[in-house]
Design a protein around this ligand. Sequence first.
Ligand code: ADP
Ligand code: MG
Length: 151
Amino acid sequence: MDQYEMMTETPEETGAFAEKLAQYLQPGDVITLEGDLGAGKTTFTKGLAKGLGVMKTVNSPTFTIIKEYKGRLPFYHMDVYRLDDSFEDLGFEEYFEGEGVTVVEWAHLIKDQLPGELLNLSIYREGDTSRRIVLKPYGQRYNELCKEIVS
Ligand code: ADP
Ligand code: MG
């Protein structure tokens, strides 16, 4: 499997990268985010939402697991960190197969419920504001997408 990597040096750069990625997204796309608390998952998500034309402020859905926004495409933001039971059926599939773009923070917690094709991003803290972003595409389309956006 191919793997792509890039560095960002500021939160703005992470946001800008996400915004750029958003331009390529289609209905039914799923992006999973991994990384420790404070790595930048929500920062990335905010940039992606902006790139999708979401006008509302996107915050970490602390008590709600799933939040929906209107943009160029519907945008579904999931943060499953506080999910008590990873097998709890919140109807994830309907989102993954829906008309919108889904971003899942802490996705490994629901790995059995994830679709086979998705784009996985892991964000690693390398310094105060340095982040290494590792992209793992599952599926041909996401692989092409990575080639396009990671130069
Ligand atoms: P997570 O959702 O992974 O817990 P957040 O996005 O909420 O992380 O928080 C990341 C924090 O790190 C923010 O305060 C952000 O400003 C800061 N930060 C510093 N440098 C970067 C960077 N290069 N990319 C993303 N966030 C960064
Ligand atoms: Mg977060």
